[in-house]
Design a protein around this ligand. Structure first.
Ligand code: SF4
Length: 317
């Protein structure tokens, strides 16, 4: 079950006497948009404007809407704080709860993999469940480690698709990691950034999965993209205008380095990076400076590199 503490938002709106409020919701909550607006407008004097563009993380704050509507407060649902902002933001994370957690199954899987010292990780929406699992595993005599990573990270054990620092910090102290959440984007990032076994437990369906195969496929695909990029003559550097993803200096630096090798490089700025927006442009290879999820997208069948992979290519050509 998904729990949303909208009371926190209502209290903040009243406290700040906000008249106009911008509401950002993750995709999974869009179906509840009207209900949430009616609850807020019914309990406060504020008018609510809901942003319907997709939002995948707190890297993407609706600053433009705040300015355009001269709004007093941004209510950002579903994600924890990621970056500082001049606008007033109330973060209202979602929390999953489940009737029961099959700890015996987790124990068996950890024991099969000879993981006695386990690093616990989660998506922020599963933090409560992580705490329950931590308690349960300690009772079963596992050594459990949790660490809070860099400044983008809000709580111990949290990882993002773009930040695995909570895992990297404890990599040398653990035999392996147990990630708690749904989907593989976050734990795959951990599997790729560390040399330890990563098991992903999805409390919503009780499944637990070793990510070794996903990691191998991912790495093979990355090698494939790097190999294809070796022959590229024209590069497109992708920059997102989303506040937490905008890396303009990096984009300019990449352009300089590509041109130094006698290749062409063009910088493309977008809010949301989508292959449709790049149709008809004659590019051999893209370099992504925004959310790392984009390297997995099919951008008109062209290879997409991250900056580190580009450096590797430039060294070899
Ligand atoms: S950049 Fe991507 S992975 Fe990082 S917080 Fe934003 S949406 Fe999530």
């Amino acid at each position: 079950m998904l729990k949303l503490d909208i009371k926190k938002a209502i209290t903040e709106i009243k406290k700040k006497n906000a008249k106009t409020v911008i509401l950002q919701l993750p995709e999974g909550l869009k179906g509840k948009t009207l209900e949430i607006i009616e609850r807020i407008e019914g309990k406060t004097k504020a008018k609510v404007i809901a942003v319907m563009d997709p939002v995948w993380g707190a890297c993407d704050l609706a600053e433009t809407e705040m300015k355009e509507f001269n709004a007093d407060l941004l209510i950002h649902l579903g994600h924890a704080k990621y970056t500082d902002s001049k606008i007033k933001v109330v973060y209202v994370p979602l929390e999953y709860s489940v009737k029961e957690i099959n700890l015996d199954k987790i124990q068996r899987m950890l024991e099969n993999e000879k993981i006695k010292k386990v690093g616990l990780l989660c998506a922020v929406q599963f933090y409560n469940i992580l705490k329950e699992i931590e308690k349960g595993l300690k009772k079963k005599k596992f050594t459990v480690l949790l660490e809070k990573g860099g400044e983008k990270i809000d709580c111990k054990g949290q990882v993002l698709g773009c930040d695995q620092s909570s895992a990297v910090k404890i990599e040398k102290k653990v035999d392996g990691f147990l990630y708690i959440g749904d989907g593989f984007f976050h734990p795959l990032g951990v599997a790729v950034s560390t040399d330890k076994k990563v098991l992903a437990f999805n409390p919503l369906n009780g499944e637990i999965k070793d990510l070794v195969e996903e990691k191998n496929i991912f790495v093979r695909k990355r090698y494939g993209s790097i190999a294809r990029a070796m022959n590229a003559k024209v590069f497109g550097i992708l920059v997102s205008r989303k506040k937490g993803q905008l890396r303009k200096e990096l984009a300019l630096e990449l352009k300089k380095r590509i041109e130094r090798k006698g290749k062409k490089a063009f910088i493309f700025s977008m809010d949301f990076i989508k292959s449709e927006y790049l149709m008809g442009i004659n590019i051999d290879c893209y370099v992504n400076t925004a959310c790392p999820r984009i390297i997995e997208d099919n951008l008109n069948d062209k290879p997409v590199l991250n900056p580190e992979e580009l450096f590797e290519v430039l060294e070899k050509i």
